[in-house]
Ligand binder design. Sequence first.
Ligand SMILES: CC(C)(COP(=O)(O)OP(=O)(O)OC[C@H]1O[C@@H](n2cnc3c(N)ncnc32)[C@H](O)[C@@H]1OP(=O)(O)O)[C@@H](O)C(=O)NCCC(=O)NCCS
Length: 318
Amino acid sequence: MPDVERLDERDYDAWYDVYAAAHHRDYDCPWLSIEKRVNLVDDEYGTKIALLRRDGERIVAGGVAVLPLRDNTTLAYVDAWVHPDDRRRGHGSAVLAALCDVARDAGRTRLFAEAVWGVDDETSAGREFVLARGFTADLVDAIRQLDSPSDPPEAPAAEGYTLHTWRGECPDQWVEEYADLRQRMNSEAPSGDVGLEEEYWDADRVRLDEAATARSRREIQVVVARHDAGRLVGHTQLLFPEDGVEVYQWDTLVLPEHRGHGLGLALKVAAMRASVDLLEGRRRVTTYNAGSNAPMIAVNERLGFRQVAWCGEHVRDV
Ligand SMILES: CC(C)(COP(=O)(O)OP(=O)(O)OC[C@H]1O[C@@H](n2cnc3c(N)ncnc32)[C@H](O)[C@@H]1OP(=O)(O)O)[C@@H](O)C(=O)NCCC(=O)NCCS
């Protein structure tokens, strides 16, 4: 791995600063330092490898490879970034080549990378870069934002369904069913030709994820829909980083046999109403959906979200 090093704890803050500087566009905000740090911790579901590149003493570029261990084991998710002052000097290519080596050494055969560009942008460095380095475009997600405060419409749950809310930990009696909802996200939401497998989720992973969310100092508001006949049939998550500014509308899923009853809108409205205290003072809510996901887009537009950017998913052989 010439010229590219594994991240050492002593360099974490400088490495993070380059990451944050590289994500300066208003529709592509960096994660907070604590969130990024927690996300680099290995667990039984994934190995994470963080790299950096220097110019002299100064760190100018970085990257991360995530190697899933319980699903999608042919893939490596890769991300590379370069400080805006140091671009077009080959640093991004060097980091990407090193990430590719990491993936090959781990027996992976494909790389998966995202690149973001604004709806008004003619071009984007990230997109041009991945295409120049041999990736092809797969699915395109639309990034939408809703200015806060907003005024969600009335949207009670349809007859035969009840909504339940929690923050932090899923109640024990639902944790298996909740894991099943988390697992089905990749197969039940539109996905591209790369054919992402379902992520492996079980109760242990739900608990691990909740603990990581707490360590990231994020608050999470969950709403689930329960069918009167018994099981959980849908959920949505609103994520509140510690910065007090941003909010992320994370997964929303309604199982196919329960679609067409307005549950998607009801879940999202309920999440916003349940988190009025957490929304106080926040600037906006950001969400991603596949450009082809017409039902979810209709729900988001009903709530007042407007599109600000695209996020392209790209794939390449190792
Ligand atoms: C994308 C990014 C990592 C590129 O880093 P970089 O060090 O400037 O990239 P390189 O110098 O190795 O560029 C390699 C090739 O990519 C293409 N490229 C990179 N930036 C480009 C731009 N702004 N416009 C057009 N082509 C570009 C070119 O073909 C370039 O080769 P060239 O300079 O010989 O023409 C950097 O712009 C960045 O950090 N962007 C924000 C994060 C991001 O979008 N990451 C992409 C996800 S992996």
